[in-house]
Ligand binder design. Sequence first.
Ligand code: DX5
Ligand code: ZN
Length: 218
Amino acid sequence: MKCLSPSILSADFSKLGEQIRLLDEAGAQYVHIDVMDGSFVPSISFGMPVMKSIRGCTDRMFDVHLMIEEPIRYIEDFAEAGADIITVHAEACKHLDRTIQAIKERGLLAGVALNPSTPIEMIRHVLSQVDMVLIMTVNPGFGGQKLIPYTIDKVAELKRLLVKNGWKADIEVDGGVTTDNVNRLLDAGANIIVAGSAVFQGDIQENVHAFLDRMNQV
Ligand code: DX5
Ligand code: ZN
């Protein structure tokens, strides 16, 4: 299934609840929640209290992208805050397998993310266990950056590997995605589309509809 996962990092935080309701009504299937610790990535964003306070605004899937060192320390907290999918960076885990098992033991969907320069080989042995692989299409840390073109080939490489082995993981792309480049990402094999600035700049509902229209063309 193809899903749009707007990143609330680009939302107006003074109207966060209201903007999440707009996303939901417009048909976005997921809500992408970027958690940053100021160590794995340069920025600090928000954490569990914000998530808890918006959990009541929608029943859509909370797609939580943890850009934090040793995320295993916080799996329980994010589960309690209302996460449906927890994605951890392979580069941030000393024990990636154990971290994935901790997410699954909590009954949540488990995702693993790779920075643009990290080879797919790094996660080959856990690909059969994860529900989603997040290919970063920018260097994580900020919204509003330009997509790095070679990451599209990486999506295609991952898709080939999954198909060849009969593994079912979703492929999510995150960073610099617009209505102009989304079809290339879908063609390469991505099916979960994160978009921050391209959704929140201008009319949110019009932007969601524009993405969903493009996505349904492929
Ligand atoms: C980047 C975050 C992204 C980001 C996407 O570190 O993981 O989710 O907010 O924003 P845009 O779509 O503006 O690049
Ligand atoms: Zn993200």
